[in-house]
Ligand binder design. Structure first.
Ligand SMILES: [Zn+2]
Length: 175
């Protein structure tokens, strides 16, 4: 949790009582259990509005909750989230202001599920400019998220997640 985030209490409540439990339920329904720990952190913002993270960990997916995605990553798009590898750390950043639960199949799905799937389906290993602003991978993610949500089908995700974890964990032993 970004200690600097300026969010009204109802946004926290909406996240912790609605969005996150729904994401856990969707993954669990598809046979994917998330092992989570909580920790303090901070997103400082440089003059160019590049994020400087405090509290990230290696070898895990760092789900960073903040109020809005820093300008250098957001580029005026009011993103609900961004998932990327930042200086070797795997980061899913979720902007509480814009985050939402499942809304419309194939089009608007749970923000946490969407962002975590960019990691589990290994989009993070594709260099960003190639896919970051293209619709193809976005649609693919929302497709898989919808299969989890409506059909509890996580077979393809589980397969990719195993490969993802085997690539994620060496980041720890390499230290
Ligand atoms: Zn996306």
């Amino acid at each position: 949790m970004d200690a600097r985030a300026q969010c009204p209490p109802e946004q926290f409540h909406h996240f912790w009582s609605g969005i996150w439990p729904e994401a856990v339920r969707d993954f669990s329904g598809g046979g994917i259990e998330l092992q989570t720990t909580d920790g303090p952190g901070e997103v400082r913002r440089s003059p160019g509005d590049k994020p400087i993270f405090i509290g990230l960990r290696r070898g895990v997916v760092n789900l960073v909750l903040t109020d809005h995605v820093p300008g250098d990553w957001d580029k005026g798009r009011a993103l609900a989230g961004v998932t990327t590898i930042h200086e070797g750390y795997h980061v899913c950043m979720v902007a509480l202001r814009y985050a939402h639960g499942n809304q419309i199949p194939f089009l608007s799905v749970n923000t946490c599920v969407h962002e975590l799937l960019h990691a589990l389906l290994q989009d993070v290993f594709v260099s960003r400019p190639k896919w970051f602003q293209t619709g193809g991978r976005e649609f693919r993610i929302d497709w898989y998220a919808t299969c989890l949500w409506l059909f509890h089908d996580g077979a393809a995700i589980r397969k990719s997640a195993r490969a993802y974890l085997s690539r994620l964990r060496p980041a720890v032993s390499a230290l």
